[in-house]
Ligand binder design. Structure first.
Ligand SMILES: C[S@@+](CC[C@H](N)C(=O)[O-])C[C@H]1O[C@@H](n2cnc3c(N)ncnc32)[C@H](O)[C@@H]1O
Length: 286
């Protein structure tokens, strides 16, 4: 009994250390410095380009978004998305992965874990760490990404994504190579046979992926089409009692929310959508 308690304590300490390292909480945030004139000028230029391209857009939501963005807000957004960490998730986001994974293991829901849209790989590294800490010796962690950043969105399908893309371009489109992500797993001593990479655009890589069953699908691909493609390819393989986590459900400026709403409506999915923080929502498959 004492040995089991000690084991649990060690697992909890390991996971806390892993989470804090992945979020880079051990070092002071670099972006607390005042916004510089150069940063503001860059944001202003991008904003002007976007406003010119989407001026008089027929959708009120698009015109509203364009009125709301200021150069100051854009700089904050640039900084948030180029922060020196292994994941863009905050503690609540990682905690949500931990809770879902614990429930999956406790209730024996069949299947692997996948994230679609991984950037530097931080949340997949955490998934692999969770399986190790909880002593799971079977499941795989699938790591799906283009490893060349976000795709160019079709402005006809989602003008919000096309606007977002212009800003993302400034910080390199969240591009991170397969070699970098592999190296990140290695740094945490979590690169092994149970980590499976799926490089390529979702529309090509996911339908043919050799995945039989999933217990957790984490979607973090921002855009309407990417989110839609991932849901269509993977939802049929999700076990009952498994989870779908959607990272960008709360982001007013991205198409992910509409993709999820369309898909749930068309598939008559009734599982309650629960919020995690202002961005993330998830549901359990019935
Ligand atoms: C916001 S980042 C992911 C952040 C990451 N989950 C984390 O924990 O920090 C979005 C990622 O989605 C990927 N992506 C978006 N659409 C894609 C698509 N259609 N096919 C492949 N990768 C895609 C991009 O390459 C990028 O790495």
């Amino acid at each position: 009994m004492r040995g089991q308690y000690r084991q649990q304590l060690l697992a909890r300490s390991y996971l806390k250390l892993l989470r804090d390292s992945l979020c880079n909480l051990h070092y002071p945030r670099q972006d607390s410095s005042p916004v510089s004139a150069a940063e503001l000028a860059q944001a202003q230029t991008t904003l002007e380009t976007v406003r010119e391209r989407f001026a008089d857009h027929p959708q009120a939501q698009v015109r509203h978004l364009l009125r709301q963005i200021t150069p100051q807000l854009a700089v904050e957004w640039f900084r948030r998305n180029s922060w020196q960490a292994y994941t863009l998730l905050d503690e609540a986001g990682l905690d949500n992965i931990q809770r879902c994974t614990s429930q999956i293991l406790e209730t024996n829901v069949a299947g692997d874990l996948i994230e679609c849209g991984v950037w530097r790989g931080g949340s997949c590294i955490f998934m692999r760490g969770l399986l190790r800490a909880f002593g799971d010796g079977r499941r795989q962690v699938w790591v799906a990404d283009s490893f060349q950043g976000l795709p160019e969105p079709d402005p006809q399908v989602s003008p919000l994504d096309a606007i977002s893309h212009e800003f993302l371009r400034v910080i390199g489109g969240l591009r991170c190579s397969l070699e970098e992500v592999t190296e990140n797993f290695r740094r945490f001593d979590l690169l092994d046979r149970r980590v499976r990479f799926l490089p390529g655009w979702f529309q090509d890589s996911l339908p043919a992926a050799p995945i039989e069953k999933l217990a957790l699908i984490r979607l973090d691909a921002d855009y309407y089409e990417s989110t839609r493609q991932a849901l269509e390819a993977l939802y049929p393989r999700l076990s009952s009692g498994g989870f779908v986590i959607v990272d960008d459900y709360g982001s007013a400026g991205l198409g992910a929310r509409r993709a999820v709403d369309d898909f749930r409506r068309q598939q008559s999915i009734r599982g309650t959508l629960r919020g995690v923080n202002e961005n993330i929502a998830y549901w359990e498959k019935e």
